[in-house]
Design a protein around this ligand. Structure first.
Ligand code: LLP
Length: 427
């Protein structure tokens, strides 16, 4: 079911024309559909229903409080990678006992706060990190559940920046050292090794890398149990791919059909950390054409969103479909769709055939719900766009547009003393 679609020539989110949203909230703006989020979460949840499982939505993908609160209402857990993400989850009413904490560089302060909040478990990525966690847990007199992130050395066919399951990446511990790592952690104070964690990459559209992972992890879990480790959970990470262009990723149902026969005999509770699958196609970036610049060799559509708002095209060469909000012309033209930022890399599409457009037209850059706003920056001192949450037939501001004051507020305290120092030392 697509909750973004044309209705009487206007591109709509849950039936609301996006030009109405642009008129009310301005551009650029991120627009999210609650129904899409619900639909995607529930598809996966239902597909995994034959086994005990917990979906831990990957907060890094889109951490707006409205989305987190909605995920919490749906019963989701959360996968976090920082103290900041824990703060957001708690603020949004998320249940700490459903939080798993991943990431290669957790600080002891982040560990302490997470233990205090009563999170479900830590995904350990190295022995020094395990030792640090053990120290914090000992000081706090608390037992802590841990998963060890195993790098199964599989290579999904995805962008090399977002593949994580090969042994050359910084993530996890090599599978051939897994037993030794568990033994070492088993000897550490206050740590309870109870799970194996893998996350092999992102935007994975094939099932084989997951199957290969399970083929490797099944025997490992057996071996761990034979040695007396009480392994209760297996966390398969995230990574489920979505359609940006012509991909044909596995549906949740097909995914479950393929992996559950391998998961069942493991006799574990299955955890998953999907991000993109849940929110990727639940959001668009709405932008307005400022100018059409035809240089003879190229036609540029210069829009009011920039690479600071959505960095994926330039960072990964990612494809995002671009649609006119009002279908006006049957004529197509080839454009480079670019932003106002002073970088050649500031583009959303190159040599793309799109309905002919004019200054003032609105465009929807699709599939921008995942790794969109969260990767936005203030480069060129550009206020970040608002995030509009469409639910119950109404658009609401889930995050207001930043102001110029916001952009300098953290510097304002400092500026006084910087200026007064200059006076003291003679400028
Ligand atoms: N779990 C772990 C440990 C992760 O590192 C990630 C993503 C996820 C779960 C969620 O993965 P997903 O289901 O969304 O594929 N910025 C890049 C993607 C980076 C992914 C980082 N890790 C992009 O825009 O494509």
């Amino acid at each position: 079911m697509d909750f973004f679609s044309y209705d009487q020539g206007a591109y709509c989110c849950e039936g609301i024309p996006l030009d109405r949203i642009a008129a009310e909230f301005g551009t650029p703006a991120y627009v999210y559909s609650e129904k899409t989020v619900t639909d995607h979460y529930q598809k996966l949840d239902r597909a995994l229903a034959p086994v005990p499982h917990l979906i831990c939505y990957s907060v890094k993908t889109n951490s707006n409080l409205a989305i987190l609160a909605h995920m919490a209402r749906l019963g989701s857990g959360f996968d976090i990678v920082s103290g900041g993400e824990l703060y957001r989850v708690l603020k949004a009413g998320g249940d700490a006992s459903k939080v798993v904490f991943a990431g290669v560089g957790k600080t002891t302060d982040e560990m302490r706060r997470s233990i205090e909040s009563g999170i479900f478990m830590f995904n350990i990525e190295s022995l020094p990190e395990a030792e640090a966690l053990s120290g914090v847990a000992r000081d706090m007199n608390r037992d802590v559940r841990v998963a060890v992130r195993i790098n199964p050395d599989v290579s999904p066919d995805t962008h090399h920046y977002i593949t994580t399951g090969k042994k050359e990446t910084k993530f996890g511990l090599p599978i051939d050292r897994a037993m030794d790592v568990f033994r070492a952690i088993g000897r550490m104070d206050r740590l309870i090794p109870t799970a194996v964690h893998c996350h092999i990459g992102s935007q994975i559209t094939e099932i084989d890398p997951y199957k290969e992972t399970l083929e490797k992890i099944g025997p490992l879990i057996q071996q761990l149990r034979d040695e007396g480790f009480d392994i209760r959970y297996f966390n398969l990470g995230g990574g489920l791919g979505i359609i940006y262009k012509e991909e044909s990723p596995q549906t949740a149902a097909r995914f479950a059909e393929s992996i559950l026969p391998m998961v069942k005999p493991m006799n574990v509770e299955l955890l998953m950390e999907p991000g993109r699958f849940v929110v990727g196609n639940a959001g668009v970036l709405l932008t307005r054409v400022l100018y059409i610049k035809d240089t003879g060799s190229k036609c540029f559509a210069i829009v009011d969103a920039g690479m600071n708002d959505l960095v994926r095209p330039t960072l990964y060469g990612a494809y995002h479909e671009i649609l006119p909000v009002r279908q006006k012309s049957a004529k197509k033209k080839t454009y480079d769709v670019v932003g106002p930022v002073c970088e050649t890399g500031d583009f959303f599409a190159k040599d793309r055939s799109i309905d002919e457009m004019h200054a003032g037209d609105l465009l929807a850059i699709k599939s921008a719900g995942a790794y969109g706003f969260v990767m936005a920056s203030n480069y060129n001192t550009r206020p970040r766009p608002p995030e509009i949450w469409v639910s119950g037939g109404r658009p609401r501001i889930a995050r207001r547009r930043e102001t110029y004051e916001d952009l300098v507020s953290a510097e304002c305290d400092g500026i006084e003393s910087v200026l007064s120092d200059r006076t003291t030392f003679g400028g």
